[in-house]
Design a protein around this ligand. Structure first.
Ligand SMILES: [Zn+2]
Ligand SMILES: [Zn+2]
Length: 341
């Protein structure tokens, strides 16, 4: 099978690798669609993530879908020919976090496209059936692949405990921001504001139903929110990792409101006005990856409350993955998808 391996910063090589065979509880998936994630682009551009370095060839890609072509002896519930989406993290299933269901916090998770675990920019992936989900006919694999970023949005919305009629602000109109905004609306949010620095992305947020779009290069976000929402929003979700956006996320909730941080800042430390956090009694929460979200994401796509196709800007074949990554890194691109077959 062909696999696109990242061998160093800005360098993919398409290599012929042995087709994996599924273990007892695994299925073999013939991969058809894989989204290009911001984290993939980061690995591609720098050959590293913080102190983790690509010292062996690494297959990127963790937003994948395809078709089951083989099943292990102990697999039931999935059959050859099923269209499926693949949850990229396989936790240990034994630690305290796993046993409580918060398996996104498992310290021993094998997560696709991180050193030690190859991702999905290849023709076949063998994966535990427990983390592979059948897609209904209404959800093409191209959209099913985006259950991963949608899951990040769903998890953030759950962390924010968004209720019916709540006002919500989402920082960032990238894939996570747009899908989190959709998930917030699906959870019953009232007015949803979206903030970004790229006009075309804000336009897209409005097309998708944002009630307020704020360009933070031109407008003071806190002032705009106070004007539109009185004392502030019920919940704010940060999906950029940009330090000024993180600061604004802690500024915009009403007293007693919630701020959920999803984006990773380039440096861990961002100045915080602790006096304000206390005085306004904010709930500030981290949101890391996701757990127990795939069935939810699939049903959201199935009933059409989320337009995953609408965030896709372009598709490219596996053989042109280098060009596709260059394009995905452009500021106005929300999502690129690699077609593997
Ligand atoms: Zn992703
Ligand atoms: Zn665990």
């Amino acid at each position: 099978m062909r696999a696109a391996e990242l061998v160093g910063a800005k360098l993919f090589e398409l290599r012929e690798r042995e087709r994996p065979s599924p273990g007892e509880s695994e299925v073999l998936v013939e991969v058809s669609d894989v989204g290009i994630c911001g984290s993939d682009v980061h690995w591609y551009e720098h050959g590293r993530m913080g102190d983790r370095v690509v010292d062996e060839p690494l297959v990127l890609g963790h937003e994948s879908a395809g078709t089951v072509v083989e099943t292990g002896a102990a697999v039931d519930g999935l059959a050859v020919g099923d269209a499926v989406t693949v949850e990229p993290g396989v936790p240990c299933r034994e630690c305290e976090h796993c046993r409580h269901g918060a398996y996104n916090l498992c310290p021993d998770v094998a997560f696709m496209a991180t050193p030690g675990t190859n991702g999905a920019f290849r023709e076949y992936v063998a994966w535990p059936a427990e983390y592979v989900y059948a897609l209904p006919d209404s959800v093409p694999t191209r959209e099913g692949a985006l259950c991963e970023p949608l899951s990040v949005g769903v998890h953030a919305v759950r962390r924010a405990e968004i209720g019916v009629g709540d006002s919500v602000l989402v920082m960032g109109a990238g894939p996570i921001g747009l899908l989190a905004a959709d998930a917030a609306r699906a959870a019953g949010a009232g007015d949803v504001a979206v903030v970004d620095v790229v006009e075309s992305k804000l336009d897209r947020a409005v097309d998708r139903g944002a009630d307020l779009a704020v360009d933070s290069r031109e407008t003071d976000v806190t002032a705009a929110v106070r004007e539109a929402f009185g004392g502030g929003v019920d919940a704010a979700i940060e999906a950029t990792g940009a330090p000024p956006a993180i600061e604004a996320t802690l500024d915009v909730p009403r007293a007693g409101g919630t701020a959920v941080l999803v984006g990773l800042a380039p440096e861990a430390e961002v100045p915080v006005d602790t006096f304000e956090l206390v005085r306004r009694q904010l709930d500030v929460r981290g949101s890391y990856r996701f757990a127990n979200t795939y069935p939810t994401a699939i049903s959201m796509l199935d009933c059409g409350v989320v337009d995953a196709a609408g965030i896709i800007d372009f598709e490219a074949p596996l053989g042109r993955i280098g060009d596709a990554f260059e394009r995905a890194a452009e500021p106005d691109v929300v999502k690129g998808v690699i077609s593997v077959d």
